[in-house]
Design a protein around this ligand. Structure first.
Ligand SMILES: *Cc1c(COP(=O)(O)O)cnc(C)c1O
Length: 392
């Protein structure tokens, strides 16, 4: 079955939908039992999508968990109140005092802060690695390395990683290493982690899965080897989600394919237009050759999405502010993946890198291209670039 068909059918078993098109929102804390036998049976089955206690989920959650596994692959899906909780939940489920973590240098900022603050305090050591390291990561693997974490493309600077080479290095190590990927940019549609033997795929479902900028939600889908440990440890951490939010995420899944196709088309049009501008140094869109790791994007991904960055030649804070402040269609905001276009100036990316250095001289800008007509977005950017240039 093709992924676009799965987006329509996934998680719609009658045991969840009760014969409706969509699984209803089922709220619960307490589940009541009429007999000792019934309670014992429910206890024995509590891991297997049966009603036991609200924290373990209701039919609404079970339907979404099943849908995520049908679409992304793997064995089971753990749910979290946001993407950041999915990242911390997955890492804390597999790391303990004395362990070593290999973290990509271009990780999402809160992921980096988690390593430098919380994990460090727990006696878990992090080594950051160059996103372009590929097979060279084997030299950084220590006897106590337990997790290798990828985010591809990288936050803000969009480097695409050679995931198969990194997985191969992990598998060649003497100990078991869990390979985790923050797969948010690609969504479950444009990169298939389990085809690459990645163990755990994390989504900030807040972004494209929900798709309407109105729900915080995270998922971590694990393969058979890692599912029991991820599920049980995330449960111990008390992670659970509202059925109303899950309902909206499930609704988002149904249109994920058509939305992403349009985000991709619009973003490519805008990115190619930017690449032609004299004022632009280069564009960091994985589908363009000017993006580091473009060859891995072409080899491993099924498509691109709406988020990318570009570097203006030169500039200063005044020029950047002039560009940003006059925008009509692009609003400034952090959380992307909704239907609307966003823009953000990125200051101080060099402070977020320790294994590598940010080389570009100019002004880094990140955009999320929404579902507006790209002609309107291009007009908006053209006017912004003119304001930028006037300040130089
Ligand atoms: C937004 C984002 C997150 C965090 O998701 P939240 O739901 O906002 O906590 C994690 N990783 C990436 C790549 C993101 O873009």
């Amino acid at each position: 079955m093709k992924k676009s068909t799965k987006l329509v059918t996934a998680g719609r078993d009658k045991k969840w939908t009760q014969g409706l098109v969509n699984p209803p929102v089922t709220r619960a804390s307490t589940v009541v039992f009429d007999s000792v036998k019934e309670m014992k049976q429910a206890t024995a089955q509590r891991h297997n999508k049966t009603l036991f206690y609200g924290r373990r989920g209701t039919q609404t959650h079970f339907a979404f968990q099943e849908a995520m596994v049908e679409i992304e692959g793997g064995e089971g899906c753990a749910l979290y109140p946001c993407g950041t909780a999915a990242i911390s939940g997955a890492l804390l489920s597999f790391l303990k005092q004395g362990d070593h973590l290999l973290m990509v240098d271009t990780a999402y900022e809160p992921t980096r802060d988690l390593c430098d603050k919380l994990l460090k305090g727990y006696g878990i050591e992090t080594t950051y690695y160059d996103p372009m390291i590929g097979a060279g990561i084997s030299e950084l693997i220590q006897s106590n390395t337990k997790v290798i974490f990828l985010e591809s493309p990288g936050s803000l600077t969009m480097e695409v990683q050679d995931s198969p080479a990194i997985v191969a290095a992990a598998r060649a190590a003497e100990q078991d290493i869990v390979v985790m990927l923050d797969n948010t940019w690609a969504s479950p549609l444009n990169f298939s982690p389990f085809d690459f033997d990645i163990d755990i795929s994390i989504q900030a479902a807040t972004k494209y899965i929900v798709g309407h900028s109105d729900v915080m939600l995270g998922t971590a889908v694990a393969n058979k080897r890692c599912w029991d440990q991820l599920r049980e440890n995330s449960y111990l951490l008390g992670q659970c989600t509202s059925p109303d939010d899950i309902y909206l995420a499930m609704r988002g899944l149904r249109t994920l394919g058509v939305r992403l196709a349009q985000h991709q088309k619009n973003a490519l049009e805008v990115a190619k237009w930017l690449a032609e501008r004299d004022e632009v140094d280069h564009v960091r869109h994985p589908a363009l050759a000017s993006c580091p790791g473009h060859e891995f994007f072409q080899r491993d991904f099924q498509g691109s999405s709406g988020l990318f960055s570009f570097v203006m030649k030169g500039g200063n804070q005044q020029a950047l502010t002039a560009l940003l402040d006059g925008m009509q269609h692009f609003k400034m905001g952090f959380s992307w993946g909704g239907f609307e276009s966003l823009i953000m100036g990125v200051n101080g990316v060099d402070k977020l890198r320790t294994a590598t250095q940010w080389q570009a001289e100019g002004t880094l800008i990140r955009v999320h291209i929404g579902l507006e007509d790209p002609a309107d977005l291009i007009e908006d950017l053209a006017a912004g670039i003119a304001r930028f240039s006037q300040q130089l």
